[in-house]
Write a new protein. Structure first.
Length: 630
């Protein structure tokens, strides 16, 4: 007993160690963790024989696919799923039917399979890998892009198609003409779906509310696992896939206030088990089958992927998708999927084809999975439309106290200050690459343009007490400000300005606060510089503050003179530089008018004291500075 326990423990250590090493190595060289896990499985199993067959590991790893579908369901509300119905039941249905029929015809007339075997092989290879597809999309940060949504829609319909494909196997087996539909199984399936819908709609949220009030984190973790595995098991008993059950449960929890906590609890299990699934695929490769049938496997797998990619590309184009989207979806979904393992094994059990044929088909599926990262990379190389890529405008959950428009380097620092103070922020940006990068660091960025009224409303501008415009182009900033001042005049506007001229332009537009993008960093830089040259820290701070105050006083004066008065606001009016007083050795008291207004003049309060010390800073030879237009 102890020996068996030690053996199992050793296998776990080998799996973890192999996954860590291979995943890290392949990620570092740019091939992705999926291919690394596959390589680890091949080395640990068929090559070194350190671990036995991977069927048990693969069956456990399939829970990773279950958790993956649950997390995806949490991100989808029913109304959003309904909005995707064209892609799910349009592109998805067409892909399965066209690919299945054509691959079946090839199997029937080119390979010589029987009609029943050709149908099973054709439709089995037509199904792509949900685990591979979604993992690669997640690693590339493309889950919420248009091609990501299209790929997910196709994969979702394929998961649905598994149910009728498994149900039709008894009719395709020898003597299957006598097979009849079991009414009890049909009723059981419908009852299971109905039960899951009722529980998800009416019981899950109150259940989580009670457990959350108990304050025990491990209880919430256990509840999350119970919901996912329970719904998966229920759907499996009803004849559906476990992944489909978890997906439905996730959808009904998408509106829950506990959605984010559920996702955080499930995420570590999802990643770990998905990695285990890919290692299991590598372990399951039968080298004897490869040795006996390697010419067939090496020829059929890439040919199948090419045919399937071409069909998916054509279907996507037929439904009006762009060339770049169609190409990327075709490359991503060109492989056969994990459901092929189930389908081909069940077909062999029904005597539709021999077990040797099933082993060859499983090897073809596995090889196509191994080639998937390469196919995806080739799709990106061929497609050069990155610059034109657009994400779906999804504003689920938008609406906060602050709406921040623009997430460039300036906006990122502003967002960190706001979030660190506990203030909710809705961040809006129109750069796909920037949004992908931000998501990897935990920021939720909404895709959309701040110059569109409908986007601003969807992002919750009517709920916001303040809008921070941090866009990095003057023209874009002006358009956003004009839009908000025209359509939402009561919103407070804090704006990043480009230079002095732009600052005056924004003040003329009536913004509540503006700051030039370089002014504070330049002041800090100047303070650090004079500090490095020997000026005491307190003195340096006072000098910097003095320069800041005089600069603000000049801006107020220029604003009061009406440099941008009237309709001439948008013309390129030059701000004339004016002399800046000679540098002083300290922050001086600002001379006040009787009414309290600043005159701009300064009083050197500390000069006599410094002269006594022989440290008259102002006595150094310097030319009077002048203020640039920036």
């Amino acid at each position: 007993m102890e020996h068996g326990s030690n053996a199992i423990f050793l296998e776990v250590i080998l799996l973890l160690g192999g996954g860590i090493v291979a995943g890290t190595l392949f990620k570092r060289i740019g091939l992705g963790t999926v291919l690394g896990y596959l390589a680890a499985g091949i080395v640990l199993g068929p090559v070194l024989r350190l671990i036995g067959e991977g069927k048990e590991i693969l069956s456990v790893g399939e829970l990773g696919v279950v958790f993956l579908l649950f997390v995806i369901g949490l991100e989808l509300k029913i109304d959003r799923l309904w909005a995707m119905r064209r892609q799910i039941f349009g592109i998805g249905l067409a892909q399965v039917m066209v690919s299945g029929i054509l691959l079946a015809l090839i199997g029937r007339f080119a390979v010589g399979l029987s009609l029943s075997a050709a149908i099973v092989v054709g439709f089995g290879l037509a199904l792509s890998s949900t685990a591979f597809g979604m993992q690669l999309l997640d690693e590339a940060g493309e889950t919420n892009t248009k091609q990501g949504q299209a790929a997910f829609s196709v994969l979702l319909f394929q998961d649905l198609a598994v149910v009728p494909l498994l149900a039709v196997l008894p009719f395709l087996s020898p003597g299957g003409e006598d097979t009849r539909i079991d009414p009890q199984q049909v009723v059981l399936s419908l009852a299971a779906v109905a039960a899951l819908v009722v529980v998800g709609r009416f019981l899950l949220n109150p259940l989580f509310r009670v457990m959350a009030s108990a304050g025990a984190r491990e209880v919430m973790l256990g509840a999350a696992l119970f919901v996912v595995l329970g719904s998966a098991m229920l759907m499996q008993l009803a004849g559906f896939s476990m992944a489909m059950g978890a997906f439905i449960a996730g959808i009904f929890l998408a509106d829950s206030s506990y959605r984010h906590e559920l996702e955080a609890n499930i995420e570590p299990f999802r990643g770990l088990l998905l990695g285990l699934f890919f290692i299991g695929v590598g372990l399951s490769i039968d080298l004897k089958v490869l040795e006996n049938s390697w010419p067939i496997i090496l020829a059929v797998a890439p040919m199948m992927m090419i045919v399937k990619a071409g069909l998916i590309y054509g279907v996507c184009r037929l439904f009006g998708e762009s060339r770049g989207l169609s190409l990327r979806v075709a490359a991503l979904l060109s492989q056969a999927g994990e459901f092929g393992f189930v389908l081909f094994s069940a077909a062999a059990a029904e005597s539709i084809f021999p077990g040797e044929t099933s082993s060859v088909l499983v090897a073809i599926v596995t090889l196509s999975m191994v080639l998937t990262p390469l196919a995806t990379w080739l799709g990106r190389v061929i497609d050069r439309s990155d610059a034109e890529e657009v994400m779906d405008e999804d504003f689920d959950g938008a609406g906060s106290e602050v709406l921040l428009v623009g997430f460039s380097r300036f906006g990122q620092i502003v967002a960190q200050v706001l979030l660190s103070s506990g203030i909710d922020v809705t961040i809006l940006d129109s750069s796909v690459d920037r949004i992908r990068t931000a998501e990897r660091f935990g920021f939720r960025i909404y895709f959309g343009s701040g110059v569109r009224k409908d986007v601003l409303e969807a992002a919750g501008i009517r709920k916001a007490g303040l809008v921070a415009v941090c866009t990095n182009k003057r023209e874009t900033t002006d358009r956003v400000v004009d839009m908000i001042r025209s359509e939402f005049p009561n919103v407070r506007l804090f704006v990043r300005s480009y230079d002095r001229t732009h600052a005056l332009s924004l003040r003329a537009r009536g913004v509540d606060y503006e700051i030039r993008e370089t002014v504070e960093s330049a002041l800090s830089f100047g303070g650090a510089t004079i500090g490095a040259l020997g000026v005491e820290e307190e003195l340096a701070s006072r000098i910097v503050e003095d320069v800041r105050n005089r600069d603000n006083a000049r801006l107020k004066l220029q604003e009061a003179e009406g440099i941008y008065a009237g309709s001439d606001m948008m013309t390129t009016h030059v701000v004339t530089p004016e002399p800046l007083v000679k540098p002083r050795p300290a922050l001086h008291a600002v001379e006040k008018m009787p009414d309290g207004e600043d005159t701009g003049a300064v009083i050197d309060e500390d000069a006599p004291k410094r002269r006594r010390r022989g440290r008259l800073f102002a006595g150094r030879r310097r030319r009077p500075d002048r203020v640039a237009s920036r």
